[in-house]
Design a protein around this ligand. Structure first.
Ligand SMILES: [Zn+2]
Length: 319
């Protein structure tokens, strides 16, 4: 196996070219999954032999599934689609500001639209923020009804289940951080829902900027609540929700433009996807790509590590 450097690509064209080499794909994934050497996913043993022709490993311990690929235990498991296509698709979805449709992915990487759609949903799983540190400091909250964003085909449904409202809560940035958003599909803007969402997402005693929706009123004792009166003046000092507006305009472009037929049931996936890009918007393409890919393999890994800047001595090509 050739010893190509793990220098990461910077553009989509470079990424597609780069990952078109199956050995590079493999090396990349191995570096992510097993930075300290390949381990059997079944028993954890590091006594394994690499079968170069099949690009598989064989565990020396006797148990079912002695042979395993790098895909085992990741979102790629059981997928007949080659790693190079998966990595290119991840690159696209991690980095296209407005999102990317299954049609575009299908065209770029040469799979059917149906396959691409399936791939996208699996990748979005990896983009979901698992645990989230509570927001604090200056926090903006706003709820938007998705009905208004649909052009022709309206979001239909009966009762509360059909309501498609997204609640966005944004922490304004401090000195060293970018503002980050936590967005979620909710089914009502009634007081119990709003109060629950705010308490779950925001540290007590934070400064809370909202519109005049009365559902926030009960939070006045726990938060320093500042209400924006849009009728009076749009911006009054720091009393505004312009931070969350930026997120809305991105989400709107994604839902209106790229994903024209988002069903209410799937809406949260697109909200998660856009939140991921928003919260990682200060990273470059390669770093955002690495963040998604590290979630795919279930490992938290730093970008520095991936690019080899602190690559452990044990890193070798899988041979
Ligand atoms: Zn084993």
């Amino acid at each position: 196996m050739k010893t190509t450097d793990l220098t990461t690509p910077t553009t989509l064209v470079e990424a597609i070219r780069y990952f078109s080499d199956p050995d590079i794909c493999l090396k990349f994934m191995v570096a992510l999954r097993w930075p300290h050497g390949v381990e059997c996913p079944q028993c954890g043993s590091d006594k394994v032999t690499f079968l170069a022709n099949a690009r598989l490993w064989k565990c020396h311990t006797k148990h079912p599934r002695q042979k395993f690929s790098v895909k085992v235990g990741t979102i790629f498991e059981d997928s007949p689609i080659a790693l190079d296509k998966w990595l290119a698709a991840i690159w696209m979805i991690a980095n296209d500001k407005n999102g990317v449709s299954s049609y575009e992915i299908g065209r770029e990487i040469g799979v059917t639209q149906k396959s691409a759609w399936f791939m996208l949903h699996r990748i979005r799983l990896a983009m979901q923020t698992g645990t989230f540190k509570k927001l604090s400091g200056q926090v903006e909250s706003d709820a938007r009804n998705m009905h208004k964003w649909k052009k022709e085909k309206s979001i239909k449904g009966r009762g509360t289940a059909g309501k498609a409202i997204v609640m966005g809560i944004l922490e304004r940035h401090g000195k060293d951080t970018v503002s980050r958003v936590r967005a979620k599909v909710i089914h009502s803007t009634a007081t119990p829902t709003i109060e629950k969402e705010i308490r779950e997402a925001v540290e007590p005693n934070s400064e809370l900027f909202t519109d005049e929706l009365s559902s926030y009123a009960g939070l006045d004792k726990e938060y320093t609540h500042r209400v924006i009166n849009h009728m009076e003046a749009y911006v009054k000092g720091n009393v505004h929700t312009n931070g969350i507006e930026n997120f809305w305009s991105l989400l709107k472009r994604t839902i209106r433009g790229t994903y024209v037929s988002v069903e209410p049931f799937h809406l949260f996936r697109y909200v998660d996807e856009q939140s991921f890009r928003f919260n990682n918007r200060d990273d470059d393409n390669a770093a955002r790509f690495a963040t998604v890919l590290s979630a795919v393999t279930g490992k938290r890994i730093t970008y520095k590590h991936l690019t080899g800047k602190d690559r452990p001595a044990s890193f070798t090509t899988p041979a």
